[in-house]
Design a protein around this ligand. Sequence first.
Ligand SMILES: Nc1ncnc2c1ncn2[C@@H]1O[C@H](COP(=O)(O)OP(=O)(O)OP(=O)(O)O)[C@@H](O)[C@H]1O
Ligand SMILES: [Mg+2]
Length: 506
Amino acid sequence: MNDYILEMQDITKIFPGVKALDNVNFQVKRGEIHALVGENGAGKSTLMKVLSGVHPYGSYTGRIMLDGKEQRYNGIKESENAGIAIIYQELALVKEMNIAENIYLGNEIKKMGMIDWNKTIANTSKLLKEVGLDDNPLTKIIKLGIGKQQLIEIAKAISKNVNILILDEPTAALNETESENLLNIIRGLKSKGVTCIYISHKLNEVKDIADNITILRDGQTISTMVNDDSMTEDKIISLMVGRELTQRFPRKEHKPLEPVLEVDNLTVYNPEMPDKKMLDNISFTARKGEILGIAGLMGAGRTELAMSLFGSYGVNKSGTVKIEGKEEVINNPRTAIRKGLCYLSEDRKVNGLVLGMDIKENTTLANLHKISRNGVINDNEEIKITNQYVKALKTKTPSIEQKVSNLSGGNQQKVVLAKWLMADPKVLILDEPTRGIDVGAKYEIYNIMNELVEKGVSIIMISSELPEILGMSDRILIMHEGKLTGELDYKEASQEVVMQYATGGM
Ligand SMILES: Nc1ncnc2c1ncn2[C@@H]1O[C@H](COP(=O)(O)OP(=O)(O)OP(=O)(O)O)[C@@H](O)[C@H]1O
Ligand SMILES: [Mg+2]
């Protein structure tokens, strides 16, 4: 038998204006965990979409060999039948359906022509347990956080009989405990003989879990290396970006000025369950010219806090919010933006981007008044401003007329960021701002945050990546079960102390 379960040979894939894959060779050994890394737009997701038949045979050149036999998939069903399962970077669950329906969508368990609900539900419970969840299989997806949704995607993939499991940034939305849990699930699958292709920008995880690592840059294979001690994170980074990157966090000493946002005794109830308190008596201030980090585990209420301030969560609330000393009642995003408060949401697909529109339209969406006169958009102005942001953020795209649905995940995130930067906010709430962003681009985003803060903007950064919170914040608030449990100056903060507050242990 061939050592390689999978060989992709000389794969070239061209989109209008973009050579996404340029003669890529990619070989995966049977039963290994093979990491695929590279900057945003390097071609990782495209390579996996070629493999899974999303980009069908004929739309690319080159050969796919599975167990030494050439494969020509015309669609995802065919690759699934060959034992390949893929979990996409963009979650693809149907929000209005429940967990069980989603897991067996397209693969319904039937008895005498009818869906066998008892079996569907029982199997779903079992699968959920395998990924560490104990939710009711009949729970609708919309009621679940993005982290849980990711775990359900994984349960769905393992419900199919997989030989090769492809995970495209599976932990981007998970916190550290959940990521660790997921890595263990993958190790378990490996011990059962499943081969895994693992895409991630979290290089510590890659180091942790991979047997071999392949690096893509600009649509080309740079190299495949054994993940041994000589393969340090720094070495992976320099291979990815083609230069050394010595420092991950450009920390600057900021000089925080007067408070710009003052929150007093904010209590907010769940809009769907009126008895359920999501935020419990929260009080804090954010000052001009500082980065205020908010840490906490998933479900601690960080996103609910951000959305409440932005007016996009429940209106059943009490307490006061002041902006520049003046009490404001913000019950919708429009008011928030007008008052100078912007929110970059953690889920860019739901709240951040209109996927069918192009980069230029998305960038200026929240700021049309800035480029219009008498209700007419000045096209030249729109083009000029968008180009400035594309350049500043190094967004990879053939043109600003590209639909954002065609951009790589990380580059979509840059477009959302541009949109809010353009709004010129007083308070900018960033919810997981670097999720899915490669290390080089993260650094650029941190520099932009520093520049904004130096201009007097107040940045509130919610992040599940503790190194990012510790590396960039001036002050850190920690939440646990809807309450603020701690506040630290960055100088007194460490992973351990933050985690203690975050688990309610202090
Ligand atoms: N359907 C499409 N139409 C046009 N261009 C596309 C399409 N899909 C991908 N591209 C382009 O191909 C290139 C590679 O994108 P891909 O999504 O594979 O990157 P990636 O390595 O997965 O990046 P990320 O880490 O940001 O997810 C990018 O320049 C992207 O804009
Ligand atoms: Mg991708």
